[in-house]
Design a binder for this molecule. Structure first.
Ligand SMILES: Cc1ncc(C[n+]2csc(CCOP(=O)(O)OP(=O)(O)O)c2C)c(N)n1
Length: 327
């Protein structure tokens, strides 16, 4: 792992964020199978280093947009466990009053301009936020998280063209987890590395090990500095892997579409175990310190599940509220 230009407290916070994301998603996966969670749930277990490393390089006022697989990005940008969990349970105490569910969580206060179930739909939104920021001297940076599949959508190409042309303060983070639904990237994408597409739009394209949280942080940090000084956008491709299926519960309708050895090899590259090992061998934390963090996360998570379970559902008439904003 690369040397961190960060104090111990920030490194431990990164570890906590990664554990938070992992345990949050393992919990909702298990609760889904117990029939407690309505709708669809897409988890990003195994990909925790990407949101953690990127969001550690952002300021609270910066923006993010994310996808159907967005819990990790929300949590890394400061999302609280209770309203996150309540939203996924469809309860009124959730971030969107129970009307967004897992795939459509928004928190403007946290600069989270939305998760989005339309593949590629979040890319122009981040680009628009960056355009607005460019009128304010690039004060805020917008980050867009998306998958390798989304990089084949027209929205990706149109957005990168304008961001390149207008030097917008935006960072496109392609979280390449090797599959789009059930299709391997190599069978759907014209280039082996998404990052090379940046050249067509006049911006740097950076490939980073998406399982190395400090490498992700370093790449994001550089891109943020570039964006804030008005030098324009960056495309970061973080190579990682999703350990679980495309959607929780897919075993009921798809067969095995990934070689078992491939999944096992990815699990052996666990980004959290790797970071824990780094923290311990570098003398930054002891095993007991890390266990304490894991226990604190678990206690918060248990409280969040209890909160969600005991929160009310929205009333049917509330479906019509918050649809239009007043001018
Ligand atoms: C415009 C659009 N086309 C197709 C779909 C169906 N769909 C949902 S997720 C997905 C795959 C997305 O893959 P990728 O962008 O690589 O993200 P990942 O799921 O790997 O995180 C598809 C095709 C959709 N939601 N929206």
């Amino acid at each position: 792992m690369s040397a961190p230009p960060l104090p111990r407290s920030a490194l431990l916070q990164m570890f906590r964020t990664m554990v938070n994301i992992r345990r949050f998603e393992e919990t909702i996966r298990d609760l889904f199978f117990q029939g407690e969670i309505p709708g669809f749930v897409h988890v990003s277990i195994g990909e925790e280093a990407v949101p953690t490393g990127v969001c550690a390089a952002l300021d609270p006022g910066d923006y993010i947009t994310t996808t159907h697989r967005g819990h990790g990005h929300m949590l890394a940008k400061g999302g609280e466990l209770k309203p996150m969990m309540a939203e996924i349970y469809g309860r009124r105490t959730g971030y969107c009053k129970g009307k967004g569910g897992s795939m459509h969580i928004v928190s403007y206060d946290l600069g989270i301009l939305g998760a989005n179930g339309i593949v590629g739909g979040n890319i122009p939104i981040a680009t628009g936020a960056a355009l607005a920021s460019s009128f304010r001297n690039h004060a805020e940076v917008a980050v867009c998280f998306f998958g390798d599949g989304a990089s084949n959508e027209g929205t990706f190409h149109e957005s990168l063209n304008l961001a390149g042309l207008w030097k917008l303060p935006v960072i496109y983070v392609c979280q390449n987890n090797a599959y789009a639904e059930f299709t391997p990237t190599a069978e759907s994408t014209s280039v082996p590395d998404i990052a090379v597409r940046a050249a067509g739009y006049g911006m740097p394209g950076v490939i980073v090990d998406g399982n190395d949280v400090l490498a992700v942080y370093a790449a994001a940090r550089e891109a943020v500095e570039r964006a804030r000084r008005g030098a324009g956008a960056t495309l970061i491709e973080a190579k990682t892997y999703r350990w679980e299926g495309h959607v929780v519960g897919e075993q009921a309708f798809v067969g095995e579409y990934r070689p078992r050895e491939e999944v096992e090899a990815a699990r052996a590259r666990c980004p959290i175990a790797r970071f824990a090992n780094y923290l311990e061998t570098a003398g930054i934390a002891t095993g007991a310190d890390l266990d304490e963090i894991r226990a604190a996360v678990q206690a918060d998570l248990d409280a969040a599940v209890a909160f969600a379970r005991s929160s009310p559902f929205p009333e049917p008439l509330e479906a019509e509220l918050d649809v239009f904003a007043s001018a």
